[in-house]
Ligand binder design. Sequence first.
Ligand SMILES: Nc1ncnc2c1ncn2[C@@H]1O[C@H](COP(=O)(O)OP(=O)(O)OP(=O)(O)O)[C@@H](O)[C@H]1O
Ligand SMILES: [Mg+2]
Length: 253
Amino acid sequence: MSILRFDQVSFQYPGEDFDIIDRLSFSVEPGSFHCIIGISGCGKSTIFRMTNGLLQPKSGTISVLGKPVSGQKHYCGYMPQKDMLFPWRTIGENLALPLEIQRRGTKAERLGLIDAALADVGLAGCRDKRPDELSGGMRQRAAFARTMLAGSDLLLLDEPFSALDFLTRISMQEWLLDQWQRHKKTILFITHDVEEAVFLSSSVLVVDKTPIHTLREIPVPMDYPRTRQDLTRPEIVALREQLVDMLRKQVTV
Ligand SMILES: Nc1ncnc2c1ncn2[C@@H]1O[C@H](COP(=O)(O)OP(=O)(O)OP(=O)(O)O)[C@@H](O)[C@H]1O
Ligand SMILES: [Mg+2]
């Protein structure tokens, strides 16, 4: 059964005179890793905001594991475009948020879960630091740990690495693939970086027209685990160029 399914979903922002999402249908299989690419402003984040219930579709149905999301709770973890760690809370207190919201465990149990999550993302010992004491990559890992603590199998990551320098970004990509394989989650990941999309995805979902009516699924012919060396294979270079072309056709300068 699909973990996520959009069925004829439409959405219109108040004040706009058209549906930015227009009867969109697509489904996502459990355990897959899809990057979503598309030009700026086409509605990618809107798809995430509807999936997580921040926005309500005008029509159509969004289901997780066969049940409509309206009425469900805690069915997905969401990492917004900015890391959104609260600067006045320590890293540990930031990670405690999903547990507090779900009223999970005693204080001691929460501390145990937080320490385990921090160790898992390579941030053991950072519990009492504040976000501004960490590097950009460390903050993203802390935000990811918080998303994981929400306990959902479906993770929505909106441009999580876009603010990072190149070397940090590529090591975070390898790190994320490793996390994905170990935790067996389903990941939807928005990016503007075509190479990142190819490196991470089992197949890339391309927004090639707006309003968004379909996501065009382009499989990536590479097995996991992957190395950056795989990106130099001729068929992968050609795929990257094909994706860039699909996006460029939509940009009217
Ligand atoms: N609250 C809002 N009210 C009205 N229009 C909005 C609102 N939020 C977003 N929009 C518009 O909807 C469109 C899609 O926004 P969205 O944030 O989904 O784009 P995106 O594909 O994620 O873009 P980017 O790649 O730049 O993040 C944009 O044109 C934006 O201006
Ligand atoms: Mg966006």
